[in-house]
Design a protein. Structure first.
Length: 293
């Protein structure tokens, strides 16, 4: 009796390739890798698609070194410049921390197709790494400015929530808080107001421009949306409460932050600061009868 988990013809490399693609679709990357490898073993001649698809499986399985080797081999077999090889290898280089190689491949992918996804990932590489060796490839100015240009281009081409969120992050890190707030707000609209990180990041931006009321609202929404309790959310709402003069609410949040993360030194320091502050009288102190303003 035949095993239904195996292709009908074990010698048919295409069956293994297609089965590998099916496993990729259901995110069973280990099984996909096994099937693509078996397809390679059965072929008389090496196949471009086997290596490209196995490289994608390796990437999804976070084996970036193996993925890069497969994408490079796929390029050799194709014998011509192929968009998908540059796109996926660029992302693998990015994940593996090789900034310069990621920029180089993603730039080539942009030249071949000009896809919004490639602008997005190149922008992320510029922003997240901030390596002095990255931007010399095609830019002669700072990484953050290059990142803004790439995310702006991605927005022009498709304008999804991730593009706005990441450009907002760049604006925030560059102290352009009003622009950051605008981008985080747009990302919220596109995400149907369901993304906690957008509210958290906008709350931080409001905090920096001393708009504590709006910051408190955003951190409150963040706490509501998070599936898991986060000490930072409580800390920053407590910080904004303190800056807004509400020490009682601040202590409540900071105490909860320390319960989630007992070694949260910044929260403990803020608690000590509040505890050392003399309490304000609950009503105005009476003035002497002979007092004159």
């Amino acid at each position: 009796m035949s095993n239904t988990n195996e292709p009908q013809s074990e010698k048919n490399a295409d069956d293994y390739q297609w089965r590998g693609c099916a496993y990729n679709e259901i995110k069973n990357y280990a099984a996909a890798i096994q099937h693509f490898t078996k397809a390679m073993e059965l072929r008389d001649k090496q196949d471009f698609a086997d290596y490209l698809c196995r490289g994608i499986s390796y990437s999804e399985n976070r084996n970036y070194e193996a993925a890069i080797k497969d994408f490079t081999k796929a390029m050799e077999l194709k014998g011509e410049e192929n968009y998908y090889c540059y796109h996926y290898r660029g992302k693998a280089h990015y994940a593996n921390g090789n900034d310069y190689a990621a920029i180089k491949d993603l730039t080539k992918a942009i030249e071949l197709r000009g896809n919004a996804n490639d602008y997005h990932w190149r922008g992320r590489t510029y922003f997240e790494r901030s390596s002095p060796f990255v931007f010399i490839h095609i830019h002669d100015f700072g990484c953050e400015e290059a990142a803004i240009q790439d995310f702006t281009k991605a927005i022009e081409l498709r304008g999804n929530a991730d593009d706005y969120s990441w450009r907002g992050n760049v604006y925030y890190s560059n102290n352009k808080y009003d622009a950051a707030i605008e981008d985080f707000t747009k990302a919220m609209e596109l995400n149907y107001h369901r993304n906690a990180d957008d509210y958290y990041n906008r709350g931080l931006a409001h905090r920096w421009i001393d708009n504590q009321e709006e910051a408190i609202k955003d951190f409150t929404k963040t706490i509501t949306l998070r599936q898991k309790k986060d000490a930072d959310d409580r800390y920053w709402r407590g910080f904004s409460h303190k800056m807004n003069g509400n020490n009682h609410a601040a202590m409540r949040d900071l105490t909860r932050a320390l319960k989630i993360k007992p070694d949260f030194e910044d929260a403990r320091k803020l608690v000590r600061e509040i505890e050392s502050t003399p309490p304000e009288p609950p009503f105005p102190l009476p003035l002497p009868e002979n007092y004159r303003a």
